[in-house]
Design a protein around this ligand. Structure first.
Ligand SMILES: Cc1cc2nc3c(=O)[nH]c(=O)nc-3n(C[C@H](O)[C@H](O)[C@H](O)COP(=O)(O)O)c2cc1C
Length: 100
């Protein structure tokens, strides 16, 4: 868990700086992450993530242009999910930023 807290802190700092929003779900072993933002900053973030030796295999599931962000307000939604107990997430993460 300490590791998770450490990379979440780094991720939040970097993503806020870069205007990246997103979502991170884990079962404790594997992670599913959505990142959204400007193409260049997303690519840079993905390169950093891929280069991180803590990852054993990184798979890109989808890469597409979007008209508006899906996870810009995710912090609110994650709180609702935790309260309802609908799903057991090790951690749900998002960075709320003001895209413009
Ligand atoms: C599951 C997982 C998700 C991560 N997500 C992000 C992310 O969204 N943004 C980010 O900057 N780093 C993320 N990281 C951390 C990167 O792998 C890397 O350690 C970090 O970007 C390096 O940043 P620095 O050069 O500022 O130290 C993630 C790491 C893990 C293990």
């Amino acid at each position: 868990m300490a590791d998770v807290e450490a990379f979440l802190a780094t991720s939040r700092t970097n993503n806020r700086r870069d205007g990246i929003t997103g979502l991170l779900i884990s079962d404790g072993t594997r992670f599913l992450q959505a990142l959204e933002g400007e193409t260049e900053t997303i690519e840079a973030a993905f390169q950093r993530i891929k280069a991180d030796p803590r990852h054993r295999a990184t798979v890109l599931l989808s890469n597409k242009s979007i008209v508006e962000r899906q996870f810009g307000m995710w912090e609110m939604l994650s709180a609702a999910l935790a309260r309802s107990g609908m799903m057991r997430f090790l951690e749900i993460w998002s960075t709320v930023s003001s895209p413009r």
